[in-house]
Design a protein around this ligand. Structure first.
Ligand code: N01
Length: 636
C-alpha cells in the first residue's frame, strides 16, 4: 500500500511530547487508530465492553477511562514510531464494519455503511474519482461558478480528461467564502468534515474555520489541481441558451459581453449567493454607510459608531459578537428568534496535540471525520420528520423533536433566565430545528446582555436619514446599517436567463416552484446539469461539499455516457421527473421546516412552500444518484 495522506506522516516525536499530545486528542478516534496500528480489535472491544457511549469528539468517558486509553496508547504509538511508522496492513472488512458500528454506538445500516465507507476511503483510492476518458477535441463543458462545487467540477473534469472552462463572477475562488468577509465569518459545519474527501483535512486551525482560512483552502485546491488556466475570473454569466445542439453562454466581463459555446453546462452557483435586502421605505435616504453582510464595506470603521444590525440568521449571529466590543452601540433587529445548538467548541482553535494526531496517527483524521459526520447526518432528519401520532404538534413534530426543544430551551434559559424580558425575546415560538439551527458557544446571548447592545423585536416600519423607525414609533438613531438579511435562496439560478429546447425559459417553466430530476437535470434542458439544484439544500445536517461530490459523480457519469455512446444530448423524461418531484414534495411537507408556525425562513418561498430543501437521508439521496438511470432520459 502506498502512503496516502490518510495514513499520516512518519514521525520521530519523543515519548514526552506524545504523552502531551494525547491530552488533546479525541479518545474514540485514538482507539480506532490503535486498531489500525496493531490490527488488534481489543482497543475498541475492551472499551465497548465497559459500556461506554463514544459517539462524541472527546468520548463520554470518565477521566479514569480516558487515562486508561491514553496509557494504552503510548507504548503502541512509541513502538509504531520505533518501527519507522510503516503503512499499516489493511484491516479485514468485517473489522472495519465493526469499528464503524462501535464509533457510531449503534449498528450502521447497509445504505449508510456504503456511504460512510466511501467517505472514509481507508484505501486512499478516492472512490468518487471519475473514469479517465478519450474525449474528442470539439467536446467541452462550461461550469458556471467557482465556489466549492465549481472547484470540485474542475477537479473531476480534469481527472476525466474532459475539456472545460469555469466562468466566475468574482476575482478568485471560494464563492461564499470569497465574498463573505464580514467580521466573525466562519463556517458552522465542522471543518474536518466540511472539506473535500479527496484532499487532506488535517491542517485546520479552528474546528470551525474562519473565512480567510476557507478562502485560502479553495485557492490551494485550485492550484494543486492546476485549474487556473481553465478559469475566467471577473466574468459573470448573463444567459445560457440551447441552440443547434450546443449551449451558448453569454458572459459579461470588464471589456463587454461575449458568447462562449459548449456541449454541456454545469451550474455551480450555490443557493446562498445573491444578497437579499428588504425594501424598507426610506432606505435610500439613510445618510450613513449601509451594506449587506455579504458585501461588507471594509473602508467603514465601525469603531465607536452606532450600528444597526438587521437580521439575526447565521450571518447576523456571527457579526454581533464580533463587533459589539468595538462599537459605541449595537441595535440588533431580529424578526424571528432562532434555535441554537449548544457547541462549546465553536470558536476553539484545534489544540496542538490534536493537530499532531491528525497529521501522524494512521487514519486518525478519517475516523475523526466519521465521528463528525455520523451524528450530524441523518440524526437531524429524525428530529425534523413529522410523527403524525405525536400529540402536541403545536410545539414539536415528534418526541425526539420535543426533546431537542427542551434541550435548546434549557441552553437559552441557563444563559438569560435572570432577565425575563430578554428571555421572552430570544425564545423561539416554533418547533426546534424549524429553521436552520445555529451553532452557539454562548457568545450570542452574552453579546445581547451587554450594556451597549439592544435587541429589538418590534417590526421595522421605515428608515430615516438618521436611523430606523419601528412600528411603535420609536426612532433608533444609528450611524451605520448592516443588512444581514440573507440571500435569494428560493430563486434558483437567479438572475441568469436559461433557455432550453424550443425556446423554453427555465424560470418561466419553474415559476415559484423550481424542480429537477433528482435535483440535477430538467426536462427540455438538454445537457444541463445543476449542483445544489432544487430540492438538494441540506437543512438537517451533513455537508454540502459531500452532496456536491455525490452530484458531481452523477454528472461525470452522464457526461461519460454522452461521450462514449456518441450522443448529442440527454435530458430527463417528464414522467420520472414529475414522480421525483411529487415524492420529494410529499416528504418535505412532513418535515418540521414546513410547520405552519415557521412564518419566515429561507427554505420557504413567498407562498410558504418549500422547493429548495432535501427531505432525504444522505444515504437515500446517495442511492438515488449513485448510478444514472438512463432509461429515465431522452437521448439524441
Ligand atoms: O441569512 P438568513 P444569513 N425584516 O436568511 C432577517 C449560510 N451561512 O445570511 O428569521 C426583518 O438565515 C431574517 O429574519 P427571519 C447558512 O446556510 C453559512 O444569516 O426570516 N428581518 C433573518 O434573521 C445560513 O443559514 C455559514 O424572520 C428580515 C435574517 O434577516 C445562510 O447562509 C455562515 C427581513 C436572514 O437570515 C444565510 O444566513 C453564514 C425583513 N424584511 C451563513 N428579511 C456557514 O458557516 C430578512 N430578515 C456555513
Amino acid at each position: 500500500m502506498t502512503r496516502s495522506f490518510h495514513v499520516g506522516q512518519p514521525f520521530d516525536t519523543p515519548d514526552i511530547d506524545i504523552t502531551t499530545a494525547l491530552e488533546d486528542v479525541s479518545i474514540p478516534t485514538l482507539l480506532l487508530s490503535l486498531v489500525h496500528i496493531t490490527g488488534d480489535p481489543s482497543y475498541i472491544r475492551d472499551f465497548t465492553q465497559a459500556g461506554l457511549f463514544l459517539n462524541e469528539v472527546q468520548g463520554f468517558m470518565s477521566e479514569a477511562d480516558k487515562a486508561r486509553a491514553r496509557a494504552a496508547a503510548l507504548p503502541v504509538i512509541a513502538d509504531y514510531r520505533d518501527r519507522g511508522c510503516p503503512v499499516p496492513d489493511p484491516l479485514p472488512s468485517e473489522l472495519v464494519e465493526e469499528m464503524l458500528d462501535w464509533a457510531a454506538c449503534e449498528p450502521v445500516d447497509p445504505d449508510n455503511m456504503a456511504l460512510m465507507l466511501e467517505e472514509l476511503d481507508l484505501e486512499g483510492a478516492d472512490p468518487r474519482r471519475p473514469t479517465a476518458l478519450q474525449v474528442a477535441d470539439d467536446f467541452s463543458v462550461i461550469v458556471i461558478g467557482c465556489g466549492e462545487s465549481g472547484v470540485l467540477a474542475g477537479v473531476r473534469l480534469t481527472q476525466a480528461g474532459i475539456p472545460f472552462t469555469i466562468v466566475e463572477k468574482n476575482a478568485g475562488p471560494g464563492g461564499t467564502w470569497w465574498e463573505n468577509s464580514y467580521p466573525g465569518a466562519r463556517v458552522d459545519v465542522a471543518n474536518h468534515f466540511y472539506c473535500f474527501s479527496f484532499e487532506p483535512s488535517n491542517h485546520w486551525d479552528h474546528f470551525f474555520a474562519e473565512q480567510p482560512e476557507l478562502r485560502q483552502y479553495f485557492r490551494e485546491v485550485v492550484d494543486r489541481h492546476g485549474l487556473e488556466p481553465h478559469i475566467r475570473w471577473n466574468t459573470e454569466v448573463l444567459s445560457a441558451t440551447w441552440q443547434d445542439e450546443r449551449w451558448h453562454v453569454t458572459v459579461r466581463t470588464a471589456g463587454g459581453t461575449q458568447t462562449l459555446t459548449a456541449n454541456a453546462v454545469i451550474t455551480a452557483v450555490g443557493q446562498l449567493n445573491r444578497p437579499q435586502i428588504p425594501e424598507f421605505p426610506g432606505a435610500q435616504t439613510f445618510a450613513g454607510p449601509a451594506f449587506h453582510s455579504a458585501k461588507w464595506d471594509h473602508s467603514v470603521d465601525v469603531t465607536g459608531q452606532r450600528v444597526a444590525l438587521i437580521g439575526a440568521g447565521a450571518s447576523g449571529f456571527q457579526i454581533a459578537p464580533a463587533i459589539a466590543d468595538k462599537v459605541a452601540h449595537l441595535t440588533v433587529f431580529q424578526r424571528t428568534a432562532q434555535w441554537m445548538f449548544p457547541n462549546p467548541m465553536y470558536h476553539d482553535r484545534v489544540p496542538e496535540g490534536a493537530r499532531w494526531a491528525m497529521q501522524h496517527l494512521p487514519f486518525y483524521g478519517r475516523w475523526y471525520r466519521f465521528l463528525l459526520l455520523w451524528p450530524g447526518a441523518d440524526k437531524g432528519l429524525d428530529a425534523a420528520r413529522v410523527d403524525p401520532d405525536y400529540p402536541d404538534q403545536g410545539n414539536a413534530v415528534s418526541e425526539i423533536n420535543a426533546l431537542a426543544r427542551i434541550m435548546f430551551t434549557d441552553w437559552i434559559t441557563t444563559q438569560v433566565g435572570d432577565d425575563p424580558e430578554l428571555l421572552a425575546k430570544v425564545l423561539p415560538d416554533y418547533p426546534a430545528t424549524g429553521k436552520r439551527t445555529l451553532q452557539d458557544n454562548g457568545s450570542w446571548l452574552s453579546t445581547l446582555k451587554r450594556d451597549n447592545v439592544d435587541l429589538i423585536r418590534t417590526p421595522i416600519e421605515r428608515i430615516t436619514p438618521t436611523g430606523i423607525v419601528t412600528s411603535d414609533g420609536v426612532e433608533h438613531k444609528v450611524d451605520i446599517i448592516v443588512y444581514a438579511t440573507g440571500f435569494r435562496a428560493t430563486d434558483v439560478l437567479f438572475p441568469m436567463t436559461v433557455t432550453g429546447r424550443d425556446g423554453t425559459d427555465l424560470h418561466a417553466r419553474w415559476g415559484s416552484r423550481p424542480f429537477a430530476y433528482r435535483g440535477i437535470t430538467v426536462p427540455g434542458f438538454p445537457n444541463f446539469f445543476m449542483t445544489y439544484g432544487p430540492g438538494t439544500h441540506l437543512a438537517h445536517g451533513g455537508s454540502l461539499i459531500m452532496n456536491s461530490e455525490l452530484q458531481m459523480r452523477y454528472i461525470n457519469k452522464c457526461l461519460e455516457h454522452l461521450i462514449t455512446a456518441g450522443l448529442r444530448s440527454m435530458e430527463p423524461l417528464p414522467e420520472p421527473t414529475a414522480a421525483w418531484h411529487a415524492r420529494s414534495q410529499e416528504a418535505i411537507r412532513k418535515t418540521v421546516w414546513a410547520h405552519p408556525s415557521v412564518k419566515h425562513s429561507y427554505f420557504k418561498n413567498a407562498d410558504g412552500e418549500i422547493h429548495t430543501v432535501s427531505p432525504w437521508r444522505l444515504s437515500e439521496y446517495r442511492s438515488a444518484i449513485d448510478e444514472p438511470l438512463f432509461s429515465d432520459y431522452q437521448e439524441a
